[in-house]
Design a binder for this molecule. Structure first.
Ligand SMILES: NC(=O)c1ccc[n+]([C@@H]2O[C@H](COP(=O)([O-])OP(=O)(O)OC[C@H]3O[C@@H](n4cnc5c(N)ncnc54)[C@H](OP(=O)(O)O)[C@@H]3O)[C@@H](O)[C@H]2O)c1
Length: 175
């Protein structure tokens, strides 16, 4: 049974989506680095209708629990964990195997889950935040730029609602 699940999970395309500031920073104080409405919209557009995989701490940071319109898969070592509208998994393999929605399975963080998943990721949806946060506490794993090809890039300046300039970048792992 376990073997079958692993085989199935190996066939899924795995993507990661993340906001990364200078120095690879992704979080501080258990939360995101800043509130960037344009990125929330972008995140929603890309992940809607798909399965999303997150660490338990990232799930705990959501003010309203599971994100609507997506299968929320939470990875935890806690055998008793449960939450409304959440699929619980106890390893990354189990999480990917549990994905039931079509298309790519999206790894949405945080640092522990990105680090565990990065070798399996074939598409990276990065929002590069052009800002430095000295109190950042969590970081995206280092990637080798030689392994990745940029297939899309869209820059935006800061505006009334978005306090920092940012660039949406899509990277594909080279074969
Ligand atoms: N910038 C971004 O795009 C972005 C995206 C997401 C999150 N973040 C930020 O990242 C920070 C959270 O990251 P984090 O690294 O502290 O936590 P995390 O990766 O969200 O969650 C860590 C938890 O996941 C579970 N876990 C991790 N590895 C596991 C494994 N191999 N097997 C089973 N369970 C496992 C454990 O849960 P249990 O303790 O329950 O066992 C662990 O405590 C927050 O600041 C958040 O805002 C940023």
């Amino acid at each position: 049974m376990r073997k079958k699940q692993e085989l199935r999970s190996d066939k899924r395309e795995v993507a990661a989506i993340v906001v990364v500031a200078e120095g690879g920073a992704i979080g501080r104080g258990g939360d995101l680095l800043c509130h960037l409405p344009a990125d929330l919209k972008h995140f929603k557009q890309i992940t809607m209708g798909h399965s999303i995989v997150m660490g338990r701490r990232t799930f705990d940071s959501f003010p309203k629990g599971a994100l609507p319109g997506r299968q929320n898969i939470v990875v935890t070592r806690n055998p008793h964990f449960s939450a409304p509208d959440v699929t619980v998994a106890h390893s990354l393999d189990e999480a990917i195997a549990a994905a039931t929605m079509p298309g790519e399975v999206f790894i949405i963080g945080g640092a522990q889950i990105y680090a565990a998943a990065i070798e399996r990721v074939t598409t990276l949806y990065l929002t590069r935040l052009h800002a430095t946060f000295d109190d950042a506490a969590t970081f995206f794993p280092a990637i080798n730029p030689d392994d990745w090809e940029t297939i899309a890039e869209e820059h935006h300046e800061a505006d009334d609602r978005n306090a920092y300039p940012y660039t949406f970048v899509t990277l594909k792992r080279k074969k």
